[in-house]
Design a protein around this ligand. Structure first.
Ligand code: LLP
Length: 428
C-alpha cells in the first residue's frame, strides 16, 4: 500500500496527510479517501490495458462502489464515464459532471420511470438483462422519440470463485440473459422500434482474485460474438463489466497484466469497442475508516477492542465475513503485536465484529485505528442502525485535505419523520 506510510513523527499517513490531524478535527468514525491514490490506480489500469494493445478501452466507473460526489468528480476529471444502476446514481453522476453520453445503465430491475429519466437525458448505453426489459425500453424510447443504444448483458455461466453473495455469472443467478437465449433475444431487440442493439455485456462477480474466471468468460463472449455475427447481426461493443479483486490480505489480488493479457488474447482482434466497469479496484484501497477505541475489555479468556465504528458504518465483515486490515494510527502504538483481540463495534449484535483474533499492539481508550481498504462498498452501504448518525468523510489530495461530508447530526436522524397529531392529543 504505497499511499499509506508509517511516519515515526506523524503516525500513519494517507498520501501526505497524518490521519491523526483529520481525526482531531473531524472526530471519529470518519472515512478518509485519497484522491491521488485513485488517479494513480486508474492510470495503472489504463497502462496495463495499453501495454496489451487495448489502450482504447473505455472506462465506466461503477458508481455503486463509492458514489461520493468528490470521488465522481475525480473520475470525471480523469475522463472516466460512469456505470449506474438507478435513477439516483444517474443523477449523482450527472451532478458530478459526467456527460449522459458517457454513462451506461446496468441492473436487473430498472423501473419504467428510471428508464424514462435515462433515455430523456440521452444515456450512452443501456445494458439490458431480459426480453421483458427490451419491450419496456422500446416503449420508453418510442415515447421519447429516441433511438437507444443497448447491449445485452449475458450470463456466461462461469464460476467467479468469489463469495457466494457477490457471484453473478452462474446460470442460477438472477443476472443477465441465459446463454442459450442470447441469439434469439438479440434478434428480438433488433426488431423492436427505438432500439439499436450494438453488442454484449458481462459481469461475472466481484472481488475476483484469479484470472481464470475472466479467461473462461472472455473466451465464451468471443464465441458468442462470432455466432451473432455469423447470423448477420452487427456487434460492435463489448462491456467487460467489473470484478477485478484487490488484496485485502497480502498476497491475494489479481495482476493487472494477467487480466489485460486474457482480455487481449480473446477480444483484442475482434474489432470491438471494449468497455469496462471497475469499481472496487479503483477506490477500495484508496479509502479507510478511521475509528477510535471506546474501551478495551476482557471477558474470561477473550480480549475485545470495542471501537466507535460499527457494522452500520462498514457492513462488509458482518455481511460477507470480509477481512479488512486494522492498524494503529499513532506512532507510539506502532510497536509489535501484543495479543490477539476481537475487534468489534458497539452495535447490539454479535455480527458487529470487524475481526476475530487479530494481532494488535495493546491499545487503550481513545487510541485511533484505521480499518483499511474501505473505499469501496463502505460508506455507500452504511445505515443509521442503533440511531448512529452517518460518519463524516474527508478527502486527502497529496498534502492537502478537506472535509467532504460533515458528520450527520443526531436531529437529522428524525428530521423527515412526523408523528400523527392523534397520537399526541391529550384525552378530554
Ligand atoms: N458492473 C456491474 C454490472 C456490477 O454489478 C458491479 C458490482 C460492478 C460492475 C463493479 O464491480 P467491482 O469492480 O466493484 O467488483 N457489496 C459487495 C460488492 C457488490 C458488487 C456488486 N456489483 C462487497 O462489498 O463486496
Amino acid at each position: 500500500r504505497p499511499h499509506l506510510t508509517m511516519n515515526a513523527d506523524h503516525g500513519l499517513m494517507l498520501e501526505g496527510v497524518p490521519l491523526a490531524v483529520i481525526a482531531a478535527e473531524l472526530g471519529s468514525p470518519c472515512w478518509v479517501y485519497g484522491a491521488e491514490t485513485i488517479r494513480t490506480r486508474l492510470a495503472a489500469l489504463r497502462a496495463a490495458l495499453a501495454k496489451a494493445g487495448l489502450g482504447a478501452t473505455d472506462f465506466h466507473y461503477a458508481v455503486k462502489a463509492n458514489d461520493h460526489l468528490a470521488i465522481l468528480a475525480i473520475m470525471a476529471a480523469a475522463g472516466a464515464g460512469a456505470d449506474v444502476v438507478s435513477g439516483g446514481e444517474l443523477a449523482r453522476a450527472r451532478h458530478a459532471g459526467i456527460p449522459a453520453s458517457h454513462i451506461v445503465y446496468s441492473g436487473v430491475g430498472k423501473s419504467f420511470r428510471d428508464l424514462q429519466l435515462a433515455v430523456g437525458e440521452g444515456i450512452g448505453q443501456v445494458n439490458v438483462e431480459s426480453r421483458e426489459e427490451l419491450a419496456m425500453l422500446s416503449a420508453v424510447a418510442e415515447a421519447a422519440g429516441r433511438r437507444v443504444d443497448l447491449v445485452l448483458r449475458v450470463n456466461p455461466d462461469v464460476d467467479a470463485k468469489t463469495h457466494a453473495k457477490i457471484t453473478t455469472g452462474l446460470a442460477e443467478n438472477k443476472f443477465g440473459i441465459a446463454w442459450a437465449e442470447v441469439e434469439s433475444v438479440y434478434a428480438y431487440a433488433g426488431s423492436l422500434p427505438g432500439l439499436n442493439p450494438v453488442g454484449l455485456a458481462m459481469h461475472i462477480g466481484s472481488q475476483i482474485v484469479s484470472v481464470e474466471p475472466f479467461d473462461t468468460a472472455f473466451a465464451r463472449m468471443a464465441e458468442m460474438i462470432g455466432r451473432l455475427r455469423a447470423a448477420g447481426h452487427t456487434v460492435t461493443r463489448l462491456d467487460c463489466g467489473g470484478g477485478i479483486g484487490i488484496s485485502y490480505e497480502d498476497g491475494s489480488g489479481i495482476a493487472l497484466d494477467d487480466y489485460a493479457g486474457v482480455m487481449a488474447k480473446h477480444l483484442g482482434s475482434l474489432g470491438l469497442k471494449l468497455m469496462m466497469e471497475p469499481g472496487r479496484w479503483l477506490v477500495g484501497p484508496a479509502g479507510l475508516l478511521l475509528s477510535s477505541v471506546i474501551i478495551a475489555k476482557k471477558t474470561g479468556n477473550r480480549a475485545f477492542l470495542v471501537l466507535d465504528a460499527a457494522m452500520n458504518d462498514l457492513v462488509r465483515p458482518a455481511m460477507y465475513d470480509a477481512w479488512h486490515g486494522i492498524v494503529p494510527v499513532a506512532a507510539a502504538d506502532f510497536g509489535t503485536p501484543d495479543m490477539p483481540v476481537d475487534v468489534v463495534g458497539p452495535v447490539c449484535e454479535t455480527g458487529d465484529t470487524f475481526a476475530k483474533d487479530r494481532l494488535l499492539p495493546a491499545l487503550g481508550p481513545d487510541a485511533l485505528v484505521a480499518i483499511l481498504d474501505a473505499g469501496a462498498y463502505g460508506a455507500v452501504m452504511s445505515s443509521t442502525y442503533n440511531a448512529r448518525p452517518l460518519a463524516a468523510a474527508a478527502l486527502v489530495d497529496g498534502d492537502r485535505w478537506t472535509t467532504v461530508t460533515p458528520r450527520q447530526q443526531v436531529t437529522e436522524l428524525w428530521s423527515r419523520e412526523t408523528v400523527p397529531a392523534w397520537l399526541t392529543e391529550t384525552a378530554g
